[in-house]
Ligand binder design. Structure first.
Ligand code: NAP
Length: 112
């Protein structure tokens, strides 16, 4: 079976490693991240891999971006995906009592 995979937050780090692993098996992979330049660089880096990579600029903490990404995902994978990896997110180190409310809201909006 050829996998059709969506990985959020995948221009670097764990998401990028997951995307590469799927691409190396011939999967079709759709990824997103906020920085378009990094997405394009990652696409070039993956050009030698067997699968097909689609990139989409999206901030997963913004509802309108998430809707746009979902709409794009349906156009890329009209028959659905075989795996969805909700990887986009970040961790705010330090004490819970020290985090400011704006940062905490961004963390919740991005990670959940
Ligand atoms: N590394 C660890 O030890 C560790 C441990 C536990 C959990 N995690 C979790 O695992 C996930 C990946 O961690 P990582 O260390 O691989 O992170 P990373 O190296 O910082 O990479 C994060 C990726 O997500 C993208 N991203 C970040 N915020 C985004 C947003 N709002 N919308 C869309 N894309 C976004 C980044 O690109 P842009 O900046 O261009 O958007 C980048 O491609 C995170 O959810 C993290 O909390 C990591």
């Amino acid at each position: 079976m050829q996998h059709r995979v969506i990985v959020t937050g995948a221009s670097k780090g764990i998401g990028a490693a997951i995307a590469k692993r799927y691409l190396s098996t011939g999967a079709e992979v759709l990824i997103c991240a906020r920085n378009l330049t990094h997405l394009e660089e990652f696409k070039k880096e993956c050009a030698h891999l067997q699968g097909e990579l689609h990139i989409f600029q999206c901030d997963m903490s913004k509802e309108e971006d998430v809707h746009a990404f979902a709409k794009h995902a349906v156009s890329v994978f009209p028959n659905g995906c075989t795996a969805l990896i909700n990887n986009a997110g970040f961790f705010a180190p330090g004490s819970f009592s020290d985090i400011d409310i704006a940062s905490f809201q961004t963390l919740l909006q991005t990670n959940f």
